[in-house]
Design a protein around this ligand. Structure first.
Ligand SMILES: Cc1cc2nc3c(=O)[nH]c(=O)nc-3n(C[C@H](O)[C@H](O)[C@H](O)COP(=O)(O)O)c2cc1C
Length: 182
């Protein structure tokens, strides 16, 4: 069976509501593998070998994280610096080359509202604009960048809102599998 890797990067997953709600909606689905980057990186030490293995074994990659200061949490940036640098620059033939064409989806939760993200809003930039460094990185790695999945207003969301967000997420991941299979 083809595999969707969800790499979750949340500095405090045990205290999360939104990211946990997303995971609760999909963890049981066949072909989904969830990996908690923080739990697997004691004292911030990323197991690069294991991360490379996970990426190579996946047919689709989801990077799931809460937006922090308009960017990824720091450990996910460190993951890019260590894992992608190795794959793309140090071991391109054996590793980086094999990423080509794999769909990658950023699944992002944000505390601010959707209307805050745009030229008229208080954050001035759209979510797509803020995610362009990650998109550029994915494209540089030959990955097939997908339109990001975003949950806005994640702190104020009710349990019911988050349940619905989880359903949207599950549907989006099913669509991602079909897109990749086509
Ligand atoms: C250090 C820090 C920085 C944050 N920066 C942003 C931000 O730039 N934009 C935003 O919309 N929310 C920001 N937030 C809010 C988080 O994105 C929000 O609390 C999270 O997505 C909720 O998901 P959770 O329940 O899984 O923790 C920030 C939160 C923290 C702790």
């Amino acid at each position: 069976m083809s595999k969707t890797l969800i790499l979750v990067a949340h500095p405090q997953l045990e205290a999360s509501r939104a990211n946990r709600a997303l995971l609760a909606a999909v963890w049981w689905k066949p072909g989904i593998e969830i990996v908690d980057l923080h739990a697997g990186s004691p004292e911030g030490r990323i197991d690069v070998e294991e991360q490379v293995r996970l990426l190579l074994a996946a047919d689709r990659i989801v990077l799931q994280f809460p937006m922090q200061w308009y960017s990824t949490p720091p450990l996910l940036k460190e993951w890019q610096d260590q894992v992608l640098t190795r794959m793309m620059y140090l071991a391109y033939e054996q590793e980086g080359r094999l990423l080509k064409g794999k769909p990658i989806l950023a699944a992002v939760t944000a505390g601010a509202r959707e209307t805050d993200y745009g030229p008229e809003g208080r954050n001035r930039f759209t979510m797509a604009e803020l995610l362009t460094p990650l998109q550029a990185t994915a494209l540089r790695c030959g990955l097939d960048w997908q339109e990001p999945f975003v949950v806005y207003d994640a702190r104020e969301a009710s349990d019911e809102d988050l349940k619905m967000a989880g359903e949207r997420y599950a549907a989006r991941l099913s669509g991602l599998s079909l897109a990749a299979a086509a």
